[in-house]
Design a protein around this ligand. Sequence first.
Ligand code: PGA
Length: 251
Amino acid sequence: MRHPLVAGNWKMHGTRASVAELIEGLSRQALPAGVEVAVFPSCLHIAQVVRGLDGKRVAVGAQDCAVESAPGALTGEVAASQLQDAGCSLVLVGHSERRLILGDSDADVTRKFAAAQSCGLTPVLCVGETLEQREAEQTLEVVGRQLAEVIDALGIDAFAKAVVAYEPVWAIGTGLTASPEQAQQVHAAIRAQLAGQDAQVAAGVKILYGGSVKAANAAELFGMPDIDGGLVGGASLNADEFGAICRAAGN
Ligand code: PGA
């Protein structure tokens, strides 16, 4: 039985004041039992959010981590062990903004995934195709390759404690959403690829959909059999909207 997870990716947004407001708004939300909820503030605001949501049923994650798990000489980076120490329980790895804008390679993503797990953090592995790749009908191949990189390097057992997020790049921050059927097709392919190695692991992995999820489209996406919740960007910056998305996952 997979419990849904709704995760809010705050990206490079927030000030101390706006984060305090968001914490306050989240604290007021009625969150459905059986739905896991997590937020991913910028590194700068993790401590504030961990403190502010103490005692609430909202986990805190980071948006990225260093390829090295231990602290050391790596200027500007944050180690998974430091994130764990700060109160994080999850970390995004391989978000398309990091892959496409900041140059994270598949090998970097795999190292970050391993670093996260070695510190007890749950990695949320983001995969997804660009518009060009979708139009060239390469979606399943691209996503399959991104997933295979990690499976081949770390083994299928690494997915016993990991989350996968399918985020079509063309749907991120664009207002365009994959249709529930389009998303389901990719989610089913991801699960089948994992099942090819271990059916039990595949059945337990949460696969989130991300890309312009909002309260108005969440229920129909989350209604699909292989969609286990969402990774929500823009809409997660509004506590009421995010709360409504969490409630949609509970229905
Ligand atoms: P969006 O972002 O919901 O603003 O499209 C999703 C994401 O990038 O995780």
